[in-house]
Ligand binder design. Structure first.
Ligand code: UD1
Length: 342
C-alpha cells in the first residue's frame, strides 16, 4: 500500500522540492503549512511537475488544538518530515520570542501527536549552524556543536536536544535530523524555487534578483577572511539533491534501517566555495551582467565551513550529484520564469 508522508512546510522552498521527490518515489503526500512564507499556488506547480496535487491543510503547528484536530482526522500517516519553521537569521535576533515559540512549539506539538497516535518516524530540518565556526574542517557529525550565534540557530540546536531526550524515553519513536549546509538552486522545470519576501538575506536569491535588475548591485560581505581569495567559504548544496536526501531518510526509517532512534547527518557536497567563486561561476554560466562590490563583513557571519559527508555517503547511501554551475543556472532559470524574463 502507498505510504503516506506528512510534510510540514511543504509549500516552502525545500519542502516543495521534497514533496516532488517523495511523489516521484511513490509516496502519498499530505502538506501542512500556514502559508506565512509561501504561496498556495505552489500546489499547482507541484501538480504540473508530478501530475499529482498533494493533499493540503492550512494549519499553524504552534496551535496545539488545531494540530491535535489535524491528527485526529488524518489517521494514516506513516512518517513526518518537519520543515515548517521561521528561518531568517537576522529577524530572529529582533524577534527571539516569536522564533522560540514558533519553532519549538511546532516540534513539541508534533512529537506529542506522534506519541498519541503511534506515529513512529520523523525527519527534521536541522542546520550546519549548530557547528558555529568549527575549529577543524571539514565538519563531521562528531564535530562538537558550539553555542548558537542567533535565536534561529539556537532553535535548531534545542530542537535536536528535544528529539534526543524524547527518543530516550519513547523507544518506538525514531527521529532523524538532517544538518543542511547552504541549499541553493531550483527545480530544473523552473516551476518551483526560492521566493523570498522583501530584500533577500541569502546570497543566491540576492544574486539572481540583482541579475534580473531588481537590485542595483550585490555586496560581497568581507574580503579579508582567512580564505584563498579572502571571501567567506560555504558548502552550497543543490535543493533537488537535498530533497533526495529526505526520501532516503524516510526509507531508512520506514525500513527500520536506523541504528539508533535519534540520528543526525551532514547534508552537503563536501566542497567549500567562496562568495567570489560563486559570483564568478554565476556570471560564467549565465552570461549575464552582475554588478558587485566589496562591502564590510556581515555581523554574525562565520569565516568558512564545509561538510564531511562520509556518514551520509556510507550510512544513507546518499551523495550530492549536481555541480554548483548547473545549480546556479537553475536558480537563474527560476528567477527568469518568476520575472517573465526571456
Ligand atoms: C545562513 C545560516 C544558516 C541558514 C541559512 C539559510 C548561520 C550561521 N547560517 O547561512 O543556518 O540555514 O542562512 O537561511 O546562521 N553574502 C554576501 N552578500 C549577500 C548575502 C550573503 O556576501 O548579499 C555572503 C555571506 O556573508 C556568507 C555567504 O554569502 O558568507 C552565504 O550567506 P547566506 O546565503 O546568507 O547563508 P549563511 O549565512 O551561510
Amino acid at each position: 500500500m502507498q505510504k503516506q508522508i506528512l510534510v510540514t512546510g511543504g509549500t516552502g522552498y525545500i519542502g516543495s522540492h521534497t514533496v516532488v521527490e517523495l511523489q516521484k518515489a511513490g509516496f502519498e503526500v499530505v502538506i501542512v503549512d500556514n502559508l506565512s512564507n509561501s504561496k498556495i499556488e505552489v500546489l499547482d506547480a507541484i501538480e504540473k511537475i508530478s501530475g499529482v496535487k498533494p493533499i493540503f491543510e492550512k494549519i499553524d503547528l504552534d496551535d496545539k488544538k488545531a494540530t491535535d484536530h489535524f491528527f485526529d482526522q488524518y489517521t494514516k500517516i506513516d512518517a513526518i518530515i518537519h520543515f515548517a519553521a521561521f528561518k531568517a537569521v537576522g529577524e530572529s535576533v529582533q524577534k527571539p520570542l516569536e522564533y522560540y515559540r514558533n519553532n519549538l512549539n511546532s516540534l513539541m506539538n508534533l512529537l506529542d501527536n506522534m506519541r498519541r497516535h503511534a506515529i513512529s518516524n520523523l525527519v527534521f530540518s536541522s542546520s550546519c549552524t549548530v557547528y558555529g565556526q568549527p575549529d577543524k574542517l571539514p565538519v563531521t557529525e562528531q564535530t562538537p556543536r558550539k553555542p548558537a550565534e542567533s535565536p534561529y540557530g539556537n532553535t535548531k540546536a534545542i530542537s535536536e536536544d528535544i528529539m534526543n531526550d524524547f527518543c530516550k524515553v519513547n523507544a518506538s519513536v525514531n527521529c532523524l535530523a538532517l544538518r543542511y549546509f547552504n541549499p541553493i538552486g531550483a527545480h530544473p522545470s523552473a516551476l518551483i524555487g526560492e521566493l523570498p519576501v522583501g530584500v533577500p538575506g541569502n546570497l543566491v536569491p540576492f544574486i539572481t534578483q540583482t541579475a534580473a535588475g531588481l537590485r542595483k548591485e550585490l555586496s560581497i560581505f568581507g574580503d579579508d577572511y582567512n580564505t584563498p581569495d579572502g571571501t567567506a567559504v560555504r558548502d552550497y548544496i543543490n535543493v533537488v539533491d537535498l530533497a533526495g536526501a529526505h526520501v532516503v531518510a524516510i526509507n531508512r526509517l520506514l525500513n527500520k534501517k536506523n541504528k539508533r532512534n535519534f540520528e543526525f547527518f551532514n547534508i552537503g557536497t563536501g566542497n567549500g566555495v567562496s562568495v567570489l567563486e560563486l559570483v564568478k561561476t554565476f556570471i560564467e554560466v549565465t552570461g549575464v551582467n552582475l554588478p558587485y562590490k566589496i562591502a564590510p563583513r556581515r555581523a554574525g557571519d562565520i569565516e568558512k565551513i564545509w561538510a564531511d559527508t562520509s556518514l551520509a555517503n556510507t550510512e544513507l547511501g546518499w551523495k550530492a550529484e549536481k555541480s554548483v554551475a548547473e545549480t546556479l543556472l537553475s536558480a537563474w532559470n527560476w528567477e527568469k520564469s518568476v520575472r517573465g524574463i526571456k
